[in-house]
Ligand binder design. Structure first.
Ligand SMILES: Cc1ncc(COP(=O)(O)O)c(C=O)c1O
Length: 344
């Protein structure tokens, strides 16, 4: 598929800059110019890129973001608020951006309760979702979560349909899933893809999308939260990442690595979560060999993969962790560990 933004940047002629940015260089880091389109009301390359992204993600409209999933979460909450939503049932262990958006926009939250099992918050049950949804006008779930588990999206969709309430999904960790059944866009009215986390986009690159019923509300909301100086390198990388082909070989290698490493048997191949007996010692040992995990929550080290993970690097990880003692995950997690994220 054509890479509209990257090709525009490549075809760019040298010109004299009396415009921002202040470094006055030509190259990828340009501003909105007649040939590079305008993100607020795109008609050129950015419109073409957003159309392709929406088609791939199964959305009526998708919006490129250079301000992370945080901007997408604010945009979704803003869209729901504009449509009269006063209270949203949110996963109790939502990312802070969910609580910040609701607080800033004057939307109340109703926690969808999540149990702590083996030291991390498990996804809410349909019963917990139903309970919270009874007290709210909308639902906002996180799926997948940082530990590689999916929210019960099909059940959530049904519960929302029965009550005619919108479903939003924070998919900050799920942009690699658009090939799969568990993808947020298959269920949600509004959803965020944190493209920079699990696909090869630059940091802060993300997308927020909506189905036909919510496209207009989202388009009116997103302009209030996006920067008016969007980064072309980031936007080009988001288009590239969403169009990046599926890498089934690394997906299979990841599942095998999870088994070899004694990782949690979770549902998302990009997240290898390992219960080392001493996570600090394991982390230090790996770092001494130049290997850095995504996080250490005190109970687990989490290793984040993407379609660009190299098989030989994954093998090295398996080898380096082979002799590091594991904790029996059937045991209760040690007290005092901090799940990602803490209950707010
Ligand atoms: C579940 C979840 N939602 C939203 C965000 C915010 O994403 P970003 O850092 O891209 O703004 C994060 C960041 O880690 C996250 O984990």
């Amino acid at each position: 598929m054509k890479l509209h933004i990257a090709e525009m940047l490549r075809a760019q002629k040298k010109h004299i800059s009396f415009h921002t940015p202040g470094h006055k260089r030509a190259g990828a880091d340009i501003t909105e110019l007649p040939y590079s389109d305008c993100l607020v009301s795109p008609t050129g390359v950015l419109a073409a890129a957003e159309r392709d992204v929406a088609e791939i993600l199964g959305a009526a409209r998708s919006f490129l973001l250079t301000d992370g999933s945080t901007c997408g979460v604010f945009s979704m909450v803003g869209a729901m608020k504009a449509r009269g939503v006063k209270k949203i049932a949110v996963s109790a262990f939502s990312h802070p951006s969910v609580f910040h958006a609701c607080e800033a926009l004057g939307v109340a939250t109703e926690p969808v309760m999540q149990d702590m099992v083996r030291g991390f918050p498990v996804q809410p049950s349909p019963a917990a979702i139903e309970d919270a949804l009874e007290k709210a006008d909308a639902l906002l779930l996180t799926s997948p979560d940082y530990y590689g588990f999916f929210a019960p999206l099909a059940e959530a969709r049904k519960l929302c349909d029965e009550r005619k309430k919108p479903l939003a999904v924070d998919g900050a960790h799920g942009s690699h899933l658009h090939f799969c059944e568990n993808y947020a866009g298959k269920y949600a009215d509004l959803w965020v893809d944190g493209v920079h986390k699990s696909l090869p986009a630059m940091t802060q690159g993300a997308v927020v999308s909506a189905n036909a019923g919510w496209a207009e509300a989202l388009s009116e909301s997103v302009v209030k939260f996006r920067t008016t100086s969007p980064s072309y390198p980031i936007m080009a990388s988001v288009e590239y990442a969403v169009k990046f082909p599926r890498n089934e070989a690394i997906e299979r290698a990841a599942e095998a690595a999870k088994r070899d490493m004694g990782a949690l048997s979770n549902a998302d191949w990009t997240k290898i979560v390992v219960p080392f007996a001493d996570t600090g010692a394991a982390e230090r040992s790996l770092e001494a060999r130049g290997v850095y995990p995504e996080f250490n929550d005190g109970n687990y080290l989490m290793f984040y993969l993407s379609p660009c993970t190299k098989a030989r690097e994954l093998k090295k990880l398996v080898r380096l962790t082979q002799n590091l003692p594991r904790r029996d995950v059937a045991e209760d997690a040690p007290a005092g560990a901090i799940p990602m994220y803490r209950l707010v």
